[in-house]
Design a protein around this ligand. Sequence first.
Ligand code: ITT
Length: 195
Amino acid sequence: MKKIILATGNPGKVRELNAMLKGHYSVVSQKDLQVREVPETGSSFIENALIKARNASLQTKLPALADDSGLEVDALNGEPGIYSARYAGEGATDEENVAKLLLNMEHHNNRQAYFCCAMVFVNDAEDLNPIIVERRWKGELLREPIGTNGFGYDPIFYLQDFSCSSAQLKPEVKNKISHRGLALNDLLGELLSIE
Ligand code: ITT
C-alpha cells in the first residue's frame, strides 16, 4: 500500500482522516516524523493547505495530504474563516474559540454557518500538479455547546437534517457527510483515477 504523510498537527483531523483512508493508504502523521510546522501565511484555505502539504513533503520526502479548514459564519461576514483555530488567540483551546464565537453571536438571529475544507495532495514538494478540492457543509450555530464527539466547533454546529449537533453524530456518520468527508471523497476519486 502507498505511504502518505498527513500534514496536520490537529489530533481531531488525524483521527477522522485515518478512519477514512483505511484500506486505501498507509498513513503516517507528521507529528510521528517530527515535521516542523510552518506558519500558515496564505489568505485562503487552499493556499494554506498547499503550504502545509509542501512543507510536510519537503521534510519527509513522502507524498503528503493536507487539510485546511474552518467555520464561516454569515452574520460575521465569513469569520472566523481561515483564523478558526486561533480565533481566541494563538494557542487557544477549542473551548475558548467556541466561547468567543458564542459571545460575538449573542445578538445575531441569523445563525447560518458553513464548515469549509480545502484538501491538497502533493506527490512531492515540487509537484506542479497538486490535487486540490474544496467542500462546504451547512449548519446553524447553537447558543450553547452540546455533544462530545468530534472537535473544534462541532458542539455548536447544528444540523437540521439530523436534529443534533455535529458533536452528537457518530464519527462514521460525520465522516460521510462533513466538509472533510466530502473533500476527501472527491480527492480520492481524482487520485485513484490517475494512479
Ligand atoms: P493543522 O493546521 O495542523 O492541520 P489546525 O487545527 O491549525 O491544524 P486549521 O488551521 O485548518 O487546522 O484550523 C481548522 C480549525 O477549524 C480547527 O482547529 C477547528 O477549530 C475548526 N474545524 C475544522 N474542521 C472542523 C470540524 O470538522 N469540526 C469542528 N471544527 C472544525
